[in-house]
Ligand binder design. Structure first.
Ligand SMILES: Nc1ncnc2c1ncn2[C@@H]1O[C@H](COP(=O)(O)OP(=O)(O)OP(=O)(O)O)[C@@H](O)[C@H]1O
Length: 269
């Protein structure tokens, strides 16, 4: 199975006037093994989304490379699927129709597309809502459809950009547990960008902490040693709290530990 590799990835944005380009990402090296779940955190504006977009093939590398299975990535490809924060479903299509849509675009025969879409809709727990329209769904249900739509073409890598940021805390917790269940069943690799440290630790095999921009680099790669499957009760264990605290300290670059309310302020934009 091929691995995703970022090798000294550098991302520049051209200046609006004649000034120098803005270096958002300044040489990030990272590998994501087949089936691995890697979380990415970093200070606001450090270049997390830019990094994800470069892996998706939506933003070019100014220097360095992104490759999948040894082949350089130069644009979007079917082996990589992106899940954004907002589901952006087609309002005139049902849940099933939305999930089948991407397959139909890829010229998968309609019957097969519907069968595969049906399986994905079941996988994300929306079997009973397959014929509903997006406006009849809660935010959490819409994100499940978004996830099913991304998974339907059976990508090798799932690129997720704060997919649960717009959800309330309870739904977010439920969706994290759901994502782990779905990931375990699909065994895709996941690169997951989030502002939320507990989320990064709960989900990931590793948490990659980026430094502040401009020119963000990897400050630390923190292994997450907790067994799987992970239960939501894990979040309350001393080991989890200590690891989340370590990630937070690394992110803040601070030696002192801040009070939880200060930490919450840092995690939100
Ligand atoms: N298309 C663009 N043109 C110019 N500058 C951009 C563009 N996209 C992003 N940037 C800049 O690059 C930097 C990194 O942005 P990016 O959105 O990747 O960071 P982020 O870590 O995902 O941000 P946040 O934490 O706020 O979600 C920011 O300073 C941003 O203003």
């Amino acid at each position: 199975m091929p691995e995703l590799r970022l090798d000294h990835l550098t991302i520049d944005y051209p200046a609006r006037d004649r000034g120098p380009a803005y270096r958002a990402v300044g040489g990030v090296s990272l590998t994501v093994a087949p089936g691995e779940f890697v979380s990415v955190v970093g200070p606001s504006g450090c270049g997390k989304t830019s990094l994800l977009h470069a892996v998706a093939g939506l933003v070019p590398a100014a220097a360095g490379t992104v490759s999948f299975g040894g082949t350089p990535i130069r644009g979007p490809g079917p082996e990589r699927a992106v899940v954004f924060q907002h589901a952006s479903l087609l309002p005139w299509r049902t849940v099933l129709g939305n999930v089948a849509y991407g397959l139909e675009l890829r010229r998968v025969p309609r019957r097969e597309a519907r069968a595969r879409a049906r399986a994905m809709v079941e996988l994300v727990g929306l079997g009973d809502a397959a014929s509903r329209y997006p406006h009849e769904l809660s935010g959490g249900m819409q994100q499940r459809v978004n996830l099913a739509r991304a998974l339907a073409p059976e990508p090798a890598v799932l690129l997720m950009d704060e997919p649960f940021a717009a959800l309330d805390a309870q739904t977010r917790d439920a969706m994290q547990a759901e994502l782990l269940r779905i990931w375990a069943a699909s065994r895709t690799s996941v690169l997951f960008v989030t502002h939320h440290i507990e989320e990064a630790v709960f989900l990931g095999d590793r948490v990659v902490v980026l430094s502040p921009g401009p020119g963000a680099t990897v400050r630390e790669c923190v292994p997450v040693p907790f067994d799987r499957p992970r239960d939501t009760a894990l979040r309350r264990t001393p080991g989890f709290v200590a690891l989340a605290d370590h990630v937070w300290s690394t992110l803040a670059g601070a030696r002192d530990r801040k009070a939880p309310h200060e930490r919450a302020n840092l995690e939100t934009r």
